[in-house]
Structures are given as C-alpha cells and as structure tokens.
Design a protein around this ligand. Structure first.
Ligand code: ZN
Length: 529
C-alpha cells in the first residue's frame, strides 16, 4: 500500500492574518487536508510542519527533507493546501519541485485538484511544471542536469524502474539508492549476453550467435519469467537488456524525455528515446554482472545488425535434435548422417556412451511415449482433476478471506479519521494508529496478491496436465506423416522436455539393437506440491 504525508507551511499572508487574530493557520490546514485524505481514501502516515517561514527551499529545512524523500519515491502523494506552499510559482524552486515529483511519480493533492505525474495526459500537472517562462525553464533544466551529474558522479541509482537482474537497496551509510544483483536473474542476463555474442551449438557442433528474437524463444522454452513476470519474452525486452549499461556497473540518465507535440489540434506529451550520445553514462556504485568486453561485443553486433535481429537459420535434419541427452556426460546427442545407416551418438570424444542407429531410437521413443500416455491417462482420471479442484477451491477461499481482512482494515482506517475529528484521538495517536493500520493493510494486500499468483500457477499447471494428453495423442497419430524433420522436432518438443539415452555395449552389425535405455521426461509443469 501507498503512504502519503501532509506538508504544512504558513505563508506571509497567513502570518499577517494571525496577527489580526485569525487563529492558528497550521491547525486549520491540517484539518482541511485530513478531510481531503479521507475523501480520497489516502493513508496518511506523517505530517510535516515547516516552522520557519522562508520562501525559498534553501531556507526551509523541512521542505528539503521532504523533497529528498519525494525524489527517493518514499511517498505516494503529498497533501498541501495549494501548490504554491511547496514553492512559489515564479521561482526556480518551482521547477525543482515539479521535476522531483514528476520523476518519482509522486502525486500532489490539494483541496481543489489532484496532480498526477504518472498520467501523461494530466495537462494541469504539466501546466504546473511550466508556470515559469521558457528561458527560466531552460536554465532550470541545465541546473537539474548539473545536479544529476553531481548525484550520478556518486554512482547512485536514482531514476526509473529497477533493472532486471538487480534489486534496489539503500546506500550503506548515506542517502539514496543503489543496486544489488539478484543472482538468479543475473544468471539470465549473462545467458542472454552469451547467446548473443557467442551463441549456442548448432547441429554441426559449431557455435552460432543467435538474434534477440531467437533468444526470446529460448528463454520462454526454458520457462524463465520475463522482467514483467510474464511467460513470454519479446525480442525488444532482450534488446533492451543487451543495450543497458547498468549491467557493466554504470548509471544512465536521461534515456527518455518528454516532448510536447501537437496531435489532432491538441497538445499532448510524448515520450521519446534520447540519442545515446546525449545520455549521461557514469560509473555506478553497484557491481557489474556482465564483463565490459562482452557488453562491448554485444554493442558492436547490434550496431552491425541494425535494429532488426537476424535469426540464425539452419535447416534441421535431425527430428530428435536437442531432445536426446547423453546419460553419461549430459551433452545433446547428435545425428551422424549416413545414406543407409544414420546414427545418433554423443559428440563428446571422451564419452563411452555407445551410439545407435537413428531409426531404432526413434521407434523406441514413440513406443515409450505411447506406453507413458496410457499410464498417464489412467492416473489422471484416478486423481488428477479432483485434487487440483480441491486445491483451487482452498486457495480461492483464502483469497476471499484475505480480501475481507483488507476491507475490515480499511473500515477501521476510516474510523480513525472520525475519532480524530471527534477529538478522541490527538494527532500523534491518529498517525500512530493509521501507520499501523496502513502496515497491516499492506500485509493483507501482499498476501492476496501472492495467493492470486499461486492460484494462477495451479490453474496453469492443471490445464497443462490435462492438455498434454491430446497433444501426445495427436503426435502419435500424425508423427510418421509429418513432412520435415523440423515439424517432427517441434511436435516432440511440445510434449517432451528431454529423453535420456544410455547404451553400455556395442552390438554387432546384426544386433542386438535393444541393449539400451531410454528415459522419457514429458513436459509437465513442476508439481510444486
Ligand atoms: Zn556422452
């Protein structure tokens, strides 16, 4: 859940009014803003009061503190009686405030309006950012860039969403953020770079670099989740990773910029990519996860290829390519072509696994698959659907419970406002109460979303457990009639993860040919139970 804060500050006029006996301004503003919070269902967990009455940010210590937190994305929204309380409309400070809120996506709530920087079409927000003249705006931008250079020289991570492969962590002994590798994801990043710069082994035993779309396909086949948590990788996502200097330990600023363009007679804001030479790239505080040589090589390939990835094409001659794994050394068995006697053998010269005629292996594979199917069908009708349904029902129930918890907590949170209004709570008790409720709501929401993810997982698993039956049936029916090795390979890979092959002793020309073991690994989702 998102936390919000109040910022209270007296203006010069307020001071004069108070001198004429108007009563305490800040107390009045606090009540007003808490009403705004209640109306918008916001969780307020802190109230900032500026005691000094300076107009510039430099003369307001509380504002400096708040601004720093806004830049770090601590707050979902800040409530003020009017935007001018943050900074006056005709000053450079206004630009600084506007940028800080804009970059961090922090909302500003006033009794009249909500300014939402995450909404590109919130023109009022942009008007607010553009109160000043064009010349002033340019100066501010220059100042901001200089400010960013200063921040980046320290190598902190300050902008945008956390790159895949890392998590955002606080800088040790100091303010701001940096990045820490998430090893499991870092491995995937390294794999992407390796496939792009070195490639993978083709049927000819040579390495072939593969393009970003082919990499996306590999990652999906490996069941690796994309940066957005989806099962599908796009070539664009791969390209973005390959061209992000964050992976060699650098920080990049100003990759994208907002520009106002005229569309259908209306002014709209559009984001566009900034040319690399205009971006600011400096050494970061965080560790690299890819070698600089590898990164540069990828950049070279990308520059050579242009934006469109060139897929690696090679006509497949072995329907079992990439499927049959040597049970002794773990390498993919390869087809050695021969007009009458094509064989499947291990490419490793030091491995003593004995090869065998291709057709014998293929035949046994289809037989085993057919045997596996009958058994699986039996087990499936015995227990499969029921146990899945039970599990799904249990999780659905837990989700409903967790949602109703959240609802109850929200009602309690609403009540804290009433208790504050009725004077039962003082401000300190209110903040305390609403902070603890906010925390519990976060926890309940997190539990709902993790349960929902689990449910999705189980549903998918149940679906694919069921779907593998018709897939294998279809394969056994049409396999021999399939026109190309590629078509056979594709269909086998739909249902098989791998097939492990072991043969200890060589036969003579006349046999025996059945002295080998073939273990099938059908493509079933991990049971996770
Ligand atoms: Zn081997």
């Amino acid at each position: 859940m998102q936390e919000n804060c109040l910022y209270l500050r007296k203006s010069r006029l307020d001071l004069e009014a108070e001198a004429h006996g108007e009563g305490d301004t800040l107390a009045r503003h606090e009540r007003l803003l808490l009403e705004v919070a209640k109306r918008n269902h916001l969780e307020v967990t802190k109230i900032y009061r500026e005691i000094v009455s300076g107009e510039t940010i430099a003369s307001r210590p509380v504002m400096q503190q708040l601004l720093q937190e806004v830049e770090q994305g601590v707050w979902s929204g800040v409530l003020v009686v009017e935007v001018e309380r943050l900074a006056r409309g005709d000053t450079i400070d206004q630009g600084i405030v506007a940028q800080a809120f804009k970059y961090s996506g922090t909302k500003i709530y006033t009794p009249q309006k909500v300014y939402d920087p995450t909404n590109e079409f919130d023109e009022e927000y942009f008007e607010f950012g553009l109160f000043m003249s064009r010349r002033e705006y340019k100066t501010i931008n220059r100042r901001l860039v200089q400010g960013r250079v200063a921040a980046s020289k320290e190598g902190k991570f300050a902008s945008g969403s956390t790159p895949y492969g890392y998590e955002r962590v606080r800088v040790e002994s100091g303010k701001g953020w940096t990045l820490r590798p998430v090893e499991e994801q870092a491995e995937v990043v390294r794999l992407i770079f390796r496939l792009y710069t070195e490639g993978e082994e083709g049927p000819d035993g040579e390495l072939h670099p593969i393009g970003s779309s082919a990499i996306a396909v590999r990652l999906r086949r490996l069941g690796i989740l994309s940066p957005t948590g989806s099962r599908v990788w796009s070539s664009r996502t791969v390209t973005k990773i390959l061209s992000n200097p964050v992976y060699v330990g650098k920080i990049r600023w100003g990759e994208r910029r907002t520009k106002k363009v005229s569309k259908d007679g209306k002014i709209v804001s559009k984001r566009f990519q900034v040319p690399i030479e205009e971006q600011l790239i400096v050494p970061g505080l965080h560790p690299a996860i890819v070698d600089e040589d590898v990164y540069n090589k990828a950049a070279e390939i990308m520059a050579r290829k242009g934006p469109a990835p060139v897929p690696y094409t090679c006509t497949l001659t072995n329907p079992l390519a990439g499927l049959v794994i040597c049970g002794k050394c773990g390498r993919a068995m390869q087809l050695r072509s021969h007009p009458r006697w094509p064989t499947i053998r291990c490419p490793n010269h030091f491995c003593d696994n004995v090869g065998l005629k291709y057709s014998v292996i293929e035949e046994r594979l289809l037989q085993s698959l057919s045997g596996w199917l009958s058994e699986y069908r039996l087990n499936w009708s015995d227990s499969g659907p029921d146990s899945d349904a039970e599990q799904i029902a249990a999780i659905e129930k837990a989700i409903r419970r967790s949602q109703s918890d959240t609802e109850k907590l929200r009602v309690q949170l609403n009540r804290t406002y009433d208790l504050l209004e009725q004077g039962v709570y003082d401000t300190a008790t209110f903040l305390d109460r609403s902070k603890s409720l906010a925390d519990r709501i976060s926890a309940a929401e997190a539990s709902t979303s993790s349960l929902t993810a689990e449910l999705e997982e189980i549903r998918l698993r149940a679906a694919s457990k069921k779907n593998i039956i018709p897939k294998v049936e279809k394969l056994l029916e049409v396999y021999s009639a399939l026109p190309t090795p590629q078509a056979k390979n594709d269909m086998l890979k739909e249902v098989l993860e791998k097939v492990v092959y072991v043969r200890e002793k060589r036969g003579t020309k006349n046999g025996p040919f059945d002295n080998f073991e073939l273990t099938l690994y059908p493509k079933l989702p991990p049971s996770g139970q």
